[in-house]
Design a binder for this molecule. Structure first.
Ligand code: FES
Ligand code: FES
Length: 156
C-alpha cells in the first residue's frame, strides 16, 4: 500500500511501487489533467507539482513521492472558479489541440509561484523551453503567462 497526498487529500492505494506516478493519477485516481505524451520525460504533457516544483509524472515512480504534496491540474482550480493561470489560458485561447496545455499550465504554476516580479518574454520562453507544443501555439501561451502574472499580482 502506498499513501499519497493529492490535491490536499490523502489517498491510500494498492499499487506496485515502481508504477509511474502518471499512471496512478490517471488510472487509479481518475485525474486526467496530466497527459501521457512521450513517457520519457521529454515533452512535459504529464507535468504535476510536487511540493511546488514541476515534475514529469511519467518518470517518477510512485514509491519515490513519499510525503510530498502533489497538485494536479484539477487541484489548481475548478470550472466554476479557475486558477488565474487557467483563466488566462482561457482568455488568451492558448490552445489548439490542447494536449500540451496541462504541462504548460503546471510548469507556469511552478514558475510564477517562485517569483515576485512580472516575467519578460525571454523569462517565459526560458521557463517553458522544455515543454513541447506541436501545434505552434507558443505566442498565445506567452501572452497567457503574462496575463496570468498580472492576475496573480506579480509586480513589474
Ligand atoms: S509524457 Fe511525461 S514528459 Fe512526456
Ligand atoms: S496546443 Fe496542441 S500540442 Fe500544444
Amino acid at each position: 500500500m502506498i499513501t499519497l497526498s493529492v490535491n490536499g487529500t490523502s489517498r491510500t492505494l494498492d499499487v506496485e511501487p515502481d508504477t509511474p506516478l502518471l499512471y496512478v493519477l490517471r488510472d487509479n485516481l481518475a485525474l486526467h489533467g496530466p497527459k501521457f505524451g512521450c513517457g520519457l520525460a521529454q515533452c512535459g504533457s504529464c507535468t504535476v507539482l510536487l511540493d511546488g516544483k514541476a515534475v514529469r509524472s511519467c518518470s517518477v515512480a510512485v514509491s519515490k513521492v513519499g510525503s510530498g504534496k502533489i497538485v494536479t491540474l484539477e487541484g489548481l482550480g475548478t470550472p466554476d472558479k479557475p486558477h488565474p493561470i487557467q483563466q488566462a489560458f482561457i482568455d488568451e485561447q492558448a490552445a489548439q489541440c490542447g494536449y500540451c496545455v496541462n504541462g504548460m499550465i503546471m510548469q507556469t504554476a511552478a514558475f510564477l509561484g517562485a517569483r515576485q516580479s512580472a516575467p519578460s518574454d525571454r523569462d517565459i520562453r526560458q521557463a517553458l523551453r522544455d515543454n513541447l507544443c506541436r501545434c505552434g501555439t507558443h505566442q498565445r501561451i506567452i501572452a497567457a503567462v503574462k496575463r496570468a502574472a498580472a492576475l496573480m499580482g506579480k509586480g513589474a
